[in-house]
Structure formats: C-alpha cells, structure tokens
Design a protein around this ligand. Sequence first.
Ligand code: NAP
Length: 314
Amino acid sequence: MPTEPKDAYQIDDLKDWENATSDLEPPARLAVFGAPVIHSRSPQMHNPALVEGGRNCQYVRLHIEPGDLRNALNLLKEKDFIGTNVTIPHKGEVYAAMDELTEVAKLTHSVNTVLVDDGKLIGHNTDAPGLEQAIREEFSVDLSDLRVMVLGAGGGAGRAACVQAAMDRSERLVLVNRTFEKANALKKELEPIYSKSERLQGPVDRLAVIPHETPYLERELEHVDLIINATSLGMKASDPILIPPHLLQPHHLIFDMVYAPPQTRLMRDAVKAGARSANGLSMLLWQGAFAYEFWFNEEPPVDAMRKGLKDSFN
Ligand code: NAP
C-alpha cells in the first residue's frame, strides 16, 4: 500500500533512498534541498505538474545541512534523480559544485535548479527568468521597457534581478544596497552588458548604484518605474521601512519578492500612494515552471502548478 512521503527526508534517508522511500509510488526522483526546508511549498506546486505532465515520479523535501551538501549532490547521481531545487542556504555553494553551468547561472553566480544529465550535474538559475515572467504577468509590461530599481542588489535574489534586467537591457537599472560595496562590485560586472546597448539616453545614468539611504532614494525614485524588493525585509511587521512612504509615486510599480504575508508594508504604502503592487508569488510560480522545463525539456503545466501553489495556502 503506497504511503504519503515524509514532510522532510534527511541525509541518512538519501544514503539509503531505496529503503527509505520503498513505500512511495510513484518514486521520488525530484527534491528541494534546504535547511530549513519544511516550509517549502515546492512539493505542492510540482507534484500536480508531474501528474498533469504524465511523469511517473514525485517531488519531496530533503533537509540538507551545509556540511552534507556535496555528499547529497553526489548521491543524486547514484540514486537516479532527475534533478533538484536548492534553497537557503545552498544557492552559492551548489554553484561551486556543478560540472556545468547555464549562462544565466554563470552570470548570477548562483544555482537554484540542478539537472542530472548523463552522470553530470548541470546548474541553472530560474529565479532570474522567473522574475522576468512574473513582471510581465503582474504588470503587462516587459522588464526591457522599464526603468528598474532593485533594493537588496547585493543579495542572491537581488543579483538575479539585476542580471535579468541587464540581460533584457532595461531602460534603466539602479542598484541599491545597504552594503554599498557589494552593489558597486555588481555594477562593474554589468557595465560591459550595458555598454553593448545603444539606447543610453536621458538626464540620468542608465546604470547607477546608490547606498540604501533616503537622500539617495529620493533623488533616484523620480527616474524609475519598477521598484523590486529583493532584500530579506518585509516578512515581519517589525522590519524597518524600505522606502519612506512619501517618496512613492502613482507611476511606480512595486514588486515585492516576499509573498508571506501576501501584502507587505511596502505594498500597502504603494497602494496608499496610488501605485500598483504585486507580491512574489508569481515569481515563485515561474521559477518553478522554468525548473520543470529545464528538467524535462518540455513546456511546463503552469495551470496545475498555479493551482497547487494556491491550494497550499488554504
Ligand atoms: P540574501 O542573499 O541574504 O540577501 C539579503 C539582502 O537584503 C541583501 O542585499 C542585504 O543587504 C539586504 N538586507 C538585509 N537586511 C537589511 C536591512 N536591514 N536594510 C536594508 N537591506 C537589508 O537573501 P536572498 O536569498 O537574496 O533573498 C532575499 C529575499 O527574496 C527573501 O525574502 C527571499 O525569500 C526572497 N526571494 C523570493 C523568491 C520568490 O520566488 N518570490 C525567490 C528568491 C528569493 P546587505 O548586502 O547589506 O547585507
């Protein structure tokens, strides 16, 4: 009689995967690695897609501590996995452990999706195209047509957002980070991408970097359309304010990568200012959809994933 998968498997389970999952039908051949991982909604999003796509496998959570990561990645090959997603705190370390990387992974220096292909581990980053598609879906406009500001440009998700905006030749890109040096280093990396573009025009620099401080924000917010929150702030009511509310304007589009709570302080302030806002759920959906496409080289069943994700909140 098939049983339900555990809420989260451990490294010892992975070492003895055949026994640990002998009751599972279909077999578990996809997973998310994280620490903690128990709150990941990826199984609820991916399993309906696997059913819809007629794939005879299922997706589970694996709690992997940083010290076990290399071993866990090697075990993926031995245990006949199709691939894995990786979340906090593994995205950087996984990057260094791959046999091959996609172009997006190389640019973002981070991997959230791994494909096991002929004994090789291939690393990809679907946060970047996931964000691009989420912006299109939420605001009916392409990243390329927007003047973009990224708060938290020095973090992992912020870097992915900046790389995608640069690859799309967004009209403008303003990198904002508490630790200025990190964003400034990223700006230097992105300069060659922007210098290839011929559309640099207007009164302000097309590619700019500022510290996360009010006087600098005030100056730049006049000249951006889309504001992306990629900082780790916004989940708790006690978090510091990201942008003083009086600086938000009706023409702004606010995309907050946070999705729990579904409406953050920044989003509420945006609505009060007459601006439009969206949370990060659509990005979560699309990074998952692009992971499915990477694993199976097939169009993802997005409607099934969207429904699975929505149901996971009920
Ligand atoms: P991370 O690498 O730890 O980066 C955190 C960023 O937040 C850094 O830029 C950091 O600045 C900044 N920050 C932290 N505390 C701050 C403060 N008090 N004031 C100003 N800036 C501060 O984290 P991450 O992995 O990029 O994740 C960032 C957020 O994106 C998280 O909420 C995560 O859940 C979300 N995310 C969502 C999706 C999705 O699908 N919706 C996907 C990926 C990530 P310093 O450089 O100065 O430390």
